[in-house]
Design a protein around this ligand. Structure first.
Ligand code: CMP
Length: 142
């Protein structure tokens, strides 16, 4: 068992479609626990800082602007192999490539409006969790 934590974001498209519960249910059904959560609206500066690793990609401005279109739900998921498990449940970045039964195949519309974000490595999980949460806001149930 490798208990990990990962950052998950329910993006503005899924929040506006009232799919928060549907998405969290999929994480919980797979054995992941929500150990921290909050809803917020990103500022342009915060969205740019969060996606800093993509700042030289052609889609950067569109991505940032999309993340400003409405509130998001940020959460920390904890569980065995949480980083890979979350990515498996989300499916491929582009919903067209996502396996049937994954969040993005079932709920997402496009590579931009793709319902969820999840950390892609232990290093990034640590950075992304610290970006949104203080240690006191995380309620480990490992
Ligand atoms: P996310 O997991 O939040 O990480 C970066 C995001 O950029 C990604 O999901 C997509 O929503 C978005 N994006 C938009 N266009 C592209 C693209 N061509 N390749 C990868 N990611 C893209």
């Amino acid at each position: 068992m490798t208990i990990e934590r990962t950052l998950s974001i329910v993006k503005p498209d899924a929040v506006s479609k009232n799919q928060i519960g549907e998405i969290i249910h999929r994480f919980e059904r797979a054995g992941l626990k929500v150990v921290a959560a909050k809803m917020l609206r990103l500022s342009k500066e915060r969205a740019e800082a969060f996606y800093d690793i993509h700042k030289n990609r052609p889609f950067f401005n569109d991505l940032v602007n999309f993340m400003l279109t409405g509130p998001v739900l940020v959460q920390v998921l904890e569980g065995d192999n949480a980083i890979a498990k979350n990515r498996e449940i989300m499916g491929a970045t582009n919903p067209k490539d996502a396996a049937p039964g994954t969040i993005r195949a079932d709920l997402a519309e496009s590579i931009e409006a793709n319902a969820v974000h999840g950390s892609d490595s232990p290093e990034n999980a640590k950075v992304e969790i610290n970006f949104f949460f203080t240690p006191a806001e995380i309620y480990s149930r490992a």
